[in-house]
Design a protein around this ligand. Sequence first.
Ligand code: HEC
Length: 577
Amino acid sequence: MNTGKAITSFGDNGKVDLREGLGRPLSDFGQGVQSGSPGRVFENLIILGSAPGEMYGSPPGDLRAYDVRTGKMVWIFHTVPHPGEFGYDSFPPDAWKYTGGDNDWGGMSLDEPRGTVYFPLGSPTYDLYGANRKGADLYGNCILALDARTGKRLWYYQIIHHDLWDYDPASAPLLFTVKHDGKKVDVVAQATKFGFVYVLDRETGKPLWPVKERPVPQSDMPGEASWPTQPYPTAPPPFARQKFTLNDIDPYLEPDEKERIRNILMSASSDGIFTPPAYNRYTIEAPGENGGANQGSTAADPLTGVMYVKTYDEPTIHKMTESVPGHRASLSSGTPEERGFALYSQTCIACHGPNRARIPYPTQIDFAQFAAAVRAGNGEMPAFSEATLPPDDIRYLAAYLRDPAAGESTPASEMSNSPLPSGEKRFYGQFGFIFRANNGLPAFSPPWSSLVAYDLNKGTILWRRPIGTTPGLAAKGITDTGSSDLPRNGPVVTAGGLLFIATKADRMIHALDKDTGKTLWETKIDANPDGIPAVYEVGGREFVAFYACVSDEKASMSYDPGKPGAQGYYVFALPQD
Ligand code: HEC
């Protein structure tokens, strides 16, 4: 702590290799094993999850505890059960040799007096297609309670059977003591990407209010065996809208764009949160796997039993393909070809498909004609103005169209369409592919982001409100839309009655009354705040700190980029008495 030097007596010269000890050769791993959260220290242990991804070739997300002094692995819990272990028969035989994921990447919660640690476990590989993992797939999408000292299973509760939607619970489970039927009960509450909150007895894993297994739509993907039912909580009510119907199209869109979205919706399957992915048509889920609650989206007020959830209602649209989609591409980084592919995936793929059908560039027309065609539109082909597609974006798109392979750079292990170990064909879907309109915003009606407060003593919603604004709409006086920015941030609640949260796209910091959700104070900063604020006290004075970044993204309808050089920590203090 004083020198920053590695303690060489720990592990191998100060470190342990997380890829080791998983019972599989490293050459099997198409992805690394990293951690998306710092883990928890308990007595002499550091307890770790991992973020191996949920792709073909992802390592298993086994949970582990290491001795903090020696680096020795003290226990391991196989989240994809090995032969002879409980849950082994929830997968096909031998699936444990090739199934990865079932990982805790978002965070965990520790009940120190009990010596129990609660993990939200992710989906098994492959995220959107499960022909090679027929069964309920334990411990995929489970809340798992382990003895923190031994790694022994105490209970598990599966929130999704045989996941086909990338519905890994990503926020750390929250611990409360609530009053239920006149008795005090210690509970653990888990918010999900699909809009439900599961409230379980911390001791037994039993739901506090009944959860009903209800029939859900069944998959027609070749080789798939979707699970017939999924668990619907009867309380508390969902925090997000769970279906995208024709009535939910963003009312602020131009009539032509509304019509285009309407046509996509009519040709797609949009049967709610459990619409199974399909090969021959689009499928739509709201709030979408990039939506609902994600890492850091929740806060607990242990004094009152109130749980706060920040939700994004950002429906996703999928179509399964036999080639790899570009989920690695990014709109704001990478080579021109990669950025072009990201833009293409977001803006053009819905009509031109993964094979770029009907785009005559570069074989039949030159760059100037391409740029003009994109600006002008043509019948069903929308016209893209400079506001929605700046000149640089057209150059990136052109770079991708000239050299698609360079844009679709994906690890070699993912490129192969060779059969899976189980003999099934591979199918791929694009994760988190938000169903957007031509202005870059979700095609769904706002609010896109909201805060919801639950009274977990009663299982009811105390209040809900949109949080944040969308710069291009706020400029026109439309301010109750919420914002559409990164899903991984959230609120912090204080004993003094305040709730702090930042919204990135409009660069705002908000302080709310935790009992009513009313804004008490807000301010705009010069950079885009991200993550969860930190509240601390020094010398008797309370502070709240936000991290904020500046990207090279262009100002758009949805995003107000920060000022160059303005990134850093923004720290506010409560007034001195
Ligand atoms: C709503 C569906 C839709 C979207 C979204 C879409 N296109 Fe098109 N596009 C079409 C259709 C349909 C055509 C064929 C037009 C015709 O020939 O009648 C077309 C044609 C084109 C052409 C040839 C135009 C011409 O007249 O020669 C180009 C170039 C093109 N699209 C590029 C793009 C790019 C780049 C994007 C994304 C930024 C995109 N398109 C998004 C439907 C769409």
